[in-house]
Write a protein that binds this ligand. Sequence first.
Ligand code: NDP
Length: 502
Amino acid sequence: MAKKKTLTNNFGAPVADDQNSLTAGNPGPVLMQDVHLLEKLAHFDRERIPERVVHAKGAGAYGYFEVTKDVTKWTKARFLSKVGKKTDLFIRFSTVGGEKGSADAERDPRGFAIKFYTEEGNYDMVGNNTPVFFIRDPLKFADFIHTQKRNPATNCKDPDMFWDFLSLTPESIHQVTILFSDRGTPATYRNMHGYSSHTYKWYNEKGQYFWVKYHFKSEQGIQNLTRENAEIMKGKDPDHATRDLYNAIERGDYPSWKLEMQIMNPQDAESYRFDPFDVTKVWPHGDYPPITIGRMVLNRNPENYFAEVEQAAFSPGNFVPGIGPSLDKMLQGRLFSYHDTHRHRLGPNYHLIPVNSAKGCPMHNYQRDGFLRVDKNGGGGPNYYPNSFGGPEPNPKTGEPPFEVSGKAARQKYTHPNDDFVQPGALYKKVMSDMDREHLTGNIVSHLGGAQKRIQLRQTALFYKADPEYGTRVAKGLKLDVNEVKRLADMSHEARAKATEE
Ligand code: NDP
């Protein structure tokens, strides 16, 4: 057996006794000079860091991405530059609304955040298991999340808050339809797809750019829990998806996803029949067929959950040359919010935490100091730019090509016509099977049934607008008057909101 190490305090000095506090007499009192006890208690008192306000419960793994198709005509990103090229990555899956100890089987979108450790810096693709989102403007985000969390008075989840906001936000209907299908309760993290949801920009060596969407398709196949099974799982094993991911990797059953891209020419974006940057819409596959360009494999578990998963910090603002943001307003809001929340949660030097630090290339800049600056902090080199002491220089060749914008600075809606109901209608009518529709409407009835009747009516009118059969089925499940639902569905949004006020 290997010789055991001597227990030390945080500064490396040996500890003689870790079971008995230092006391004056027996049993005590305990002496203030027991610095070992004080250090132990003080550190314990500070063990918790702020929980992520969203995506608090998660699981992570390491793996790699391999390019399987030449994409150099669309992007100059070096990690995508050659078929067969592999890049290390870290992924974190999560639920969204629940706290750190909440159940993995909750009905919720699942986070799907990947950090690629590329030779040009870290590139993060921070997506979900749904191709769309509830809202299309970041100004609504905080309000939306409040409604998915706890009632300020009761501290309980509240179907009135949940459905009041959604029914007053018709753009949410597409995501609500996906969330309340059985895809809202994936069987495991391995059995779901991951989508960028947002549109991003790829640009090539010639400075030409393209709008793109990422779809990571599970090679394990889609598997979901029914509502009944999810309820059982929440009680039986609240960590079932976390455990499943860890155990699969431990036994060498490495989960994998193929990466499909949808790619749009910028000229098409201007004349497309809806706004391609609106995150409540997908690009139909018929218009933009997915192109398989690579494969992701997860093959290593973290050794320490807190160090590697809890402290993992992703941002959709972490780009590398060849990839940039689109005009999607929700994405633009996230570009700020992710770095901001990590600075709050982990401090300004969170990029130095090993799971977050650049691995494929060194980091050089003039940012200095701050809490927990644990690297050499730039040593004796210059801490300002420009300088004549040989400090790092910007490289103009790595910049994004210029991009034309015009128009008025104002608070404006998306400019293309936005019909919020066509795509959820197509999902219900054309994509779902009879069983999918039965489960969807059953899942909605069971949740929406907890809200006040006027809110049930307002929300059911939105289902009716997506597809009359969809709305009728939900109305019958809730024992609502179908004619009343139809009357509300025919009203303008403003009139419907007024007619269903308290
Ligand atoms: P397609 O028939 O080409 O594709 C339908 C897609 O829907 C497939 O990707 C399928 O996933 C996915 N799907 C099936 N059931 C569900 C569900 N319960 N929740 C979410 N996705 C589901 O159709 P279109 O591209 O013309 O789109 C039709 C509708 O399909 C859209 O309005 C949208 O609601 C939905 N959809 C479209 C996607 C897209 O990017 N075009 C992506 C996902 C959904 P799978 O690949 O596992 O078969």
